[in-house]
Design a protein around this ligand. Structure first.
Ligand SMILES: *Cc1c(COP(=O)(O)O)cnc(C)c1O
Length: 384
């Protein structure tokens, strides 16, 4: 999957070199203008006939109209990818990997995951009649492990972190010849993750900012690739400002982007498990892509993430997982320097029910009551 010359330089525990990119054919350059309708399927590298039979993508974009009174922002939009079939943005990548596997006759798909890529690939493989082999840290949130098993995948819980699982799964697919879906490594993952940009451009005119959570940096490169493709075909002229948000405890891209530091020995530690990586596997590409489009990376603390999560739940009715709330926490962090009438999109990449152990941290469980309305009303202070 990697460029044969660059792959020789790859070392365990480092960002991957030689990641391949899908290029649109030259004939599509400026083939559209800003008002033309377009069909995303014409800009994907696998034909529709190979797609699994699950409705991935086309997720809702919600105007957060409470945020004017709350923060002065008029136009904040939340793209809720928790609405995907397995509950996360990862379905966009798994969908295309599954289609690619079908087209080229692979029955088995291998991957390493912090949790969501695994539950996603498991579900989509189930729908396509393929077999998924999953290397996942045994400490992943339970719901994500259970999803994999429900969908009938072969789960290999690893006594080690995601980075260990990543390297092991690469060796396993080399030994078996099974298709590897690892994020960044398989170019279909970036390509699948570009689809939200195509949807956004259809859902909303003139987007100024896109905030997105970032771990390995594949959502980041995917979203950028989507906007670059849209500019290439002539549908947009200007790109929105792309802001990647990382957790303070998992800041590989932040340090690489701002300080050109690549060699630090990180041990990621954050409540946002889906963006918890020691090494951003797509690091070289993600930083280069971000520089190309003049984007930025910001950091948020675990407490800012959990506060953003519950604020979203209570002000918008959208319950997303901590990693997703990081994008909104990033906007709050930059609220002084972000114009109040800018059109801002936050990508909310996963569903809150995937990790209730984290969500519990900001709520108080009420004490139990006897089945007696008088006592209950008294306690709720509805009597006075
Ligand atoms: C995977 C994931 C991300 C981050 O994606 P990367 O490509 O690793 O940067 C963010 N949010 C959720 C919910 C995810 O599952």
């Amino acid at each position: 999957m990697l460029c044969p010359a660059c792959r020789e330089e790859n070392l365990e525990g480092k960002p991957l070199k030689g990641i391949l990119k899908v290029k649109l054919p030259e004939a599509l350059r400026n083939s559209k203008n800003e008002n033309d309708p377009f069909d995303i399927n014409n800009y994907l590298p696998v034909e529709k006939e190979f797609f699994p039979n699950l409705p991935v993508g086309n997720t809702p974009l919600i105007h957060a109209n409470n945020f004017k009174s709350e923060f002065g922002f008029e136009n904040v939009y939340l793209k809720f990818d928790g609405a995907n079939p397995t509950g996360s943005y990862k379905d966009r990548a798994s969908f295309l990997v599954s289609a690619f596997a079908k087209k080229f006759g692979f029955q088995e798909i291998v991957l390493a995951s912090t949790g969501n890529a695994a539950s996603s690939m498991a579900g989509i493989a189930a729908s396509a009649g393929q077999k998924a082999f999953i290397f996942m840290p045994s400490t992943a949130p339970k719901a994500k492990l259970v999803q994999c098993l429900q969908y009938g995948a072969t789960l290999i819980p690893i006594q080690g972190d995601y980075d260990k699982a990543f390297d092991l799964s690469l060796k396993f697919s080399e030994q078996t010849g099974f298709l590897n879906r690892n994020t960044a490594y398989n170019p279909m993952t970036i390509e699948g993750k570009k689809t939200s940009s195509f949807e956004l451009v259809s859902q909303l005119k003139n987007i100024d900012y896109v905030f997105l959570p970032s771990g390995d940096g594949v959502v980041l490169s995917g979203v950028i690739k989507g906007f670059l493709d849209l500019r290439f075909i002539g549908v947009i002229k200007n790109l929105p400002k792309i802001i990647a948000v990382q957790a303070e405890g998992s800041r590989f891209l932040f340090d690489a982007f701002h300080y050109d530091k690549w060699d630090l020995q990180y041990k990621a530690d954050t409540v946002a498990d889906s963006i918890s990586v020691n090494v951003a596997r797509n690091g070289y590409c993600a930083v280069a892509d971000l520089k190309t489009v003049d984007g930025d990376v910001v950091l948020v603390s675990d407490d800012e993430i959990l506060s953003a999560q519950i604020l979203l739940s209570q002000k918008t009715g959208i319950f997303c997982e901590p990693s997703s709330a990081a994008s909104f926490a990033g906007l709050l962090k930059m609220k002084e320097t972000t114009s109040k009438d800018a059109t801002v999109v936050c990508l909310l990449t996963g569903h809150g029910l995937k990790d209730i152990d984290s969500a519990i941290k900001k709520v108080n469980f009420p004490k139990t009551f006897p089945p007696d309305l008088e006592i209950i009303s008294e306690a709720l202070k509805l009597n006075n």
